[in-house]
Design a protein around this ligand. Structure first.
Ligand SMILES: NC(=O)c1ccc[n+]([C@@H]2O[C@H](COP(=O)([O-])OP(=O)(O)OC[C@H]3O[C@@H](n4cnc5c(N)ncnc54)[C@H](O)[C@@H]3O)[C@@H](O)[C@H]2O)c1
Length: 377
């Protein structure tokens, strides 16, 4: 019977867990043995008793959970300490952050395991249930608005009261991908007046369908800014200058700015300058979701909340981890769907590594890092 291990995340700011009692139950029904390190789900509100109730065996520490494991499911990259307990030929699936944590990936490869980086799961229809980037970005966009509302000293909705009226908050979302669209929807639900920008033309209709106004430099370059895969291209210096001018005019009238702009495999584009932050009014709030890729806002401090002029810049890490129970539930379901590909038709642990999804996500096998984008990097 293949053994699947789930361990507690060792990264300080990581509150999520890679399997929930719900997915543990499913794995067991499929004939796997599941071992969970005691306390693994605690920060995501899943107790050891919940896991035991689902049929998992509890292990007192990571080393004993990993001993004899055929599959390891994790949220974050596998540390060298954790990797040292893995057997050759074991399978690992996690957000391995292969560009940012190359050394840990090398150590993992050196153990002779077969490692899959969930960031590389292709965004094709068959892999939708495994799309961890979308499931986590969605919650990050939601949480970004909640973080802003917490710090903002005013209400979001317009209120007509006997004591007079309160004006609605003006929210500007920069980058209207999965996270940005959820931020728009959340801010609208709270009653804010929302505008949004993106460099991809396809974003315009999506923004407008959520009841927000689209604000962008819509020139020739904008019309060609989407790659075949649906992602943004890096924009020219000329476009960036035009965008900066537009943003400067717009941002000084905003109360809340949420930035989510990313370009795959590159540092995040700088979208808000220090001067633009300083032009905002007292009490305004910026939330930079791109902080782990270098940040969209000048002056953002990774992992921190900073004051700049009258504004507060929120650069907290891991916003999905601040909705840990839901983020874990979605992530665990994504991993459960992905892990299904590791088994052949007869239910044996024997993945077809030529399968389109596995091939795209495979980053290490036979003792070496193997993903094409990592070999050229
Ligand atoms: N087919 C699928 O299953 C699937 C799933 C999820 C997302 N997608 C698509 O992938 C695309 C990207 O989504 P994502 O959320 O992963 O994106 P992302 O996280 O890579 O980037 C966030 C957003 O920032 C924008 N951006 C980049 N540079 C910018 C700049 N200079 N100024 C303003 N905005 C900028 C991007 O266009 C994107 O919308 C979207 O088209 C989305 O619909 C497809």
């Amino acid at each position: 019977m293949p053994r699947l291990a789930v361990i507690a995340e060792s990264a300080a700011h990581e509150t999520r867990v890679a399997a929930t009692p719900e997915t543990v139950k499913k794995f067991i029904a499929q004939g796997l043995e599941v071992v969970v390190e005691a306390g693994a789900g605690k920060r995501a509100s899943f107790s050891d008793a919940d896991y035991e109730g689902a049929g998992a065996r509890l292990a007192p520490d990571a080393a004993s959970a990993l001993a004899g494991a055929d599959i390891l499911l994790k949220v974050r990259a596998v540390t060298s300490q954790e990797a040292s307990h893995l057997a050759q030929g074991a399978y690992v699936a996690a957000l391995l952050n292969p560009f940012g944590e190359r050394e840990t990936l090398e150590v993992l490869a050196g153990r002779g395991v077969c490692a899959f980086s969930m960031e590389f799961v292709p965004r094709i229809t068959r892999a939708q249930a495994m799309d961890v980037l979308s499931s986590q970005a969605n919650l990050a966009g939601y949480r970004a608005v909640i973080e802003a509302a917490e710090v903002y000293g005013r209400a979001f909705p317009m209120m007509m009261t006997a004591a007079g009226a309160i004006a609605p908050a003006k929210v500007f979302v920069m980058g209207a991908g999965v996270a940005g669209l959820q931020a728009i929807a959340t801010a609208r639900r709270l009653g804010a007046v929302v505008t949004a920008t993106d460099v991809r033309p396809a974003a315009k209709e999506q923004v407008e369908s959520l009841g927000a106004k689209f604000v962008a430099v819509e020139d020739e370059e904008f019309r060609a800014a989407e790659t075949a895969a649906g992602y943004a291209k890096p924009m020219s210096a000329e476009y960036q200058a035009k965008q900066a001018l537009l943003v400067s005019e717009h941002i000084k009238k905003q109360d809340i700015v949420i930035t989510t702009a990313l370009i795959p495999g590159r540092p995040a584009p700088r979208l808000v300058s220090e001067a633009q932050v300083l032009s905002m009014r007292q009490g305004s709030v910026l939330v930079d979701l791109a902080v782990e890729q270098g940040g969209n806002v000048e002056g953002v401090n990774p992992g921190e909340v900073t004051r700049l002029g009258g504004a507060t810049i929120i650069g907290l890490y891991n916003l999905p981890g601040r909705v840990a129970a839901d983020a874990s539930a979605l992530y665990a379901r994504n991993l459960h769907a992905f892990a299904g590909l590791l088994f052949n038709k007869d239910g044996a642990l024997s993945p077809d590594l030529e399968d389109e999804i596995l091939k795209a996500a495979l980053v290490a096998r036979d003792g070496a890092v193997c993903h094409p984008s990592l070999l050229t990097a």
